[in-house]
Design a protein. Structure first.
Lengths: 295, 309
């Protein structure tokens, strides 16, 4: 059997695959975070909680209403996105005029509330969500077995990331969004409804997090605390990529997932902290992040 | 001014007789430790306007180091505390040096991420006891002279340290160094143009705040006899923010009052409502940020100022 550094090749490829799956979640989450930060100037601490709510929406849909995976993939982001819109209207809206740290604190409070409610209702232990029948099993590639569901997660995330990038960078709607990011007052003066745009952007960013949650439900345990440590890793990913950069969020999300996977093979003890260490190095070397611009 | 002195006299009297009022001394000491933690945190948030989202890292690592030195290495109590504070100071120096390169929201995210790194190190390192934490940390004595095993003696020891820290923080804020911090808080670019090495001042404030947070953590480990992962956790970092915000950041007494409220809530509510405590804490956060950004003491001061003006 082929080995690299004394580790069999299929094991390495398997870990890299897992790393890419995690990277897909990082990319989806940091993308939403970057879009929200770009327009609202709010660092959404509740992003991990919305990811968790997305997974729970899928779980509850299947358990109580018999909603299958494919429908959940559509309905869960819609429901959670709507919840995000309500939160934006009720709370976040009042904070745009003051310092951005208050937005961080408010969304931290919202995350605590969401996690506390789910923990009271479902307990702290994880629930399992079945892999949909169509995506069960794996391809035998000769040198390794490729689980279909994992390949699907990567494919779906990369597609969604690309579509989002295209929407923002290449369409009329995206142009307005980018203009509002640069100068909201001026764009409003041109007759564009900026508050509506802001509301929908927050909803969309939240929906992306929920989508990641549904995609993750069959590969991780669905639990109330599944998002709370993930969101911190995603913060680090965003800092590494450069805050507000769409491409930066996607590339560093996938890349860091891969690096984390590799670390699991080479030195498993460090796999939890490798992203944070990279963040520290990047900050010393390029304080604005890899894709960010110095202000 | 006279009202302020009256408040301090009443509070000092209350603190001195508190163990005789039927209040549980261990609970009082826990409140004092968290009040000290919040005051140390306030030095950064209130007087320099730097929101650190990872202060549990200093509190918790100092708790672990002190616990380990006293339990495993057989150090004396005071030496153990000094060792813990020294570790928190070094950690603050390293993390602070990286974090002060960015401002505002970035600073918050970086301190949070690096504190999570400390959390994982504590989870995996051998000397911390992993998931179980360090148990059975002895209180020992002050240089072999006064035994701290008795709850009341320990209470007055903790109270004395707390008062010293409180006075020290007041002294720091009112010193020329503190004035520069306030200038940075008010207008950072202007402070730079006046020739102050802003990053160095901020780092200094960060290290001071981290060290004093470490002192609070060491004392907490000795008071309760254990140091666990919850001491270094993100939840703990969040709670110290809430204490400071709720009481009034940038005021001296605010964090003390905030710590009293939050610790009391947790102590009594967690038995009654279980996991809903985190919902309540979250709701207080939301209300505080939306409607009550000055905090209790900040609001009272504003009322007084309005009446005077």
């Amino acid at each position: 059997m082929t080995t690299v550094f004394g580790v069999p090749l299929p094991a390495i490829l398997g870990q890299l695959m897992l790393g890419l799956v995690n990277g897909s979640f990082y990319a989806l989450l940091s993308l939403g975070l970057a879009v929200i930060f770009g327009l609202l100037g709010v660092v959404n601490f509740a992003h991990g909680a919305f990811y968790m709510l997305g997974a729970f929406a899928a779980y509850m849909g299947l358990e109580f209403l018999g909603v299958n995976y494919w429908l959940a993939l559509l309905l869960a982001p819609l429901t959670v996105g709507l919840l995000g819109i309500i939160i934006e209207r009720l709370f976040l809206r009042h904070l745009y005029q003051i310092e951005p740290v208050y937005g961080l604190l408010l969304t931290f409070g919202i995350a605590l509330i969401a996690e506390g409610i789910m923990r009271s209702l479902f307990g702290a232990s994880g629930k399992s969500y079945p892999v949909p029948p169509l995506l069960q099993g794996g391809f035998n590639l000769g040198f390794m077995v490729l689980p279909i569901y994992r390949a699907w997660v990567i494919l779906a995330s990369v597609t969604v990331c690309f579509v989002t990038w295209f929407l923002i960078e290449r369409t009329h709607l995206g142009a307005r969004l980018r203009a509002a990011t640069e100068n909201a007052k001026l764009v409003q003066a041109f007759g564009i409804n900026v508050p509506l745009l802001v509301m929908c952007t927050y909803g969309a960013g939240v929906a992306l997090a929920a989508l990641a949650g549904v995609l993750a439900a069959p590969v991780v345990q669905v639990s109330p605390l599944m998002g709370s440590s993930l969101v911190i890793v995603v913060f680090a990913v965003v800092v590494i990529g450069g805050m507000g950069s769409i491409v930066g969020a996607i590339v560093s999300g996938l890349g860091l997932g891969l690096i984390e996977g590799l670390t699991k093979v080479v030195y498993p003890e460090a796999s939890n902290i490798v992203v944070f260490m990279i963040m520290a190095v990047v900050l010393i070397w390029r304080p604005a992040g890899l894709f960010g611009k110095e202000q | 001014m006279r009202a302020q002195i009256a408040v301090y006299v009443v509070l000092a009297a209350l603190a001195l007789i508190a163990p005789f009022l039927g209040l549980y001394p261990v609970f009082l000491m826990k409140v004092l430790c968290f009040a000290m933690f919040a005051c140390a945190f306030n030095l950064l948030l209130g007087f320099t306007k730097m929101l650190s989202f990872g202060h549990a890292a200093y509190f918790g690592s100092s708790a672990y180091i002190t616990g380990w030195l006293v339990t495993v290495q057989g150090w004396g109590t005071i030496e153990g505390i000094v060792g813990g504070v020294f570790a928190a100071m070094l950690l603050g120096l390293v993390i602070g040096a990286i974090a002060v390169r960015r401002q505002g929201i970035y600073f918050a995210m970086i301190t949070l991420a690096l504190a999570q790194l400390v959390f994982f190190v504590c989870l995996q390192a051998d000397f911390t006891g992993g998931e179980n934490g360090l148990q059975g940390i002895p209180r020992g004595s002050i240089f072999g002279l006064v035994s701290l095993g008795n709850d009341r003696t320990m209470y007055y020891f903790v109270l004395a340290v707390f008062v010293a820290v409180y006075v020290l923080i007041r002294r720091i804020v009112h010193s020329p160094f503190g004035q520069v911090l306030k200038a940075i808080r008010a207008n950072e670019p202007r402070s730079v143009s006046l020739g102050y090495k802003v990053d160095r001042y901020k780092l200094m404030a960060f290290v001071l705040s981290a060290s004093l947070s470490g002192l609070a953590g060491s004392l907490k480990a000795l008071v309760l006899g254990f140091a666990t992962l919850s001491d270094v956790s993100q939840t703990n970092s969040g709670e110290v923010i809430l204490m400071t915000l709720l009481g009034g950041s940038g005021t001296f007494l605010g964090p003390v009052i905030g710590a009293n409220v939050v610790v009391t809530l947790q102590e009594y509510l967690s038995d009654i409502v279980g996991a809903w405590v985190s919902v309540i804490i979250g709701a207080i956060f939301v209300v505080c940020v939306l409607l009550f950004r000055r905090g209790f003491v900040g609001e009272i001061q504003r009322r007084f100022a309005q009446r005077a003006g």
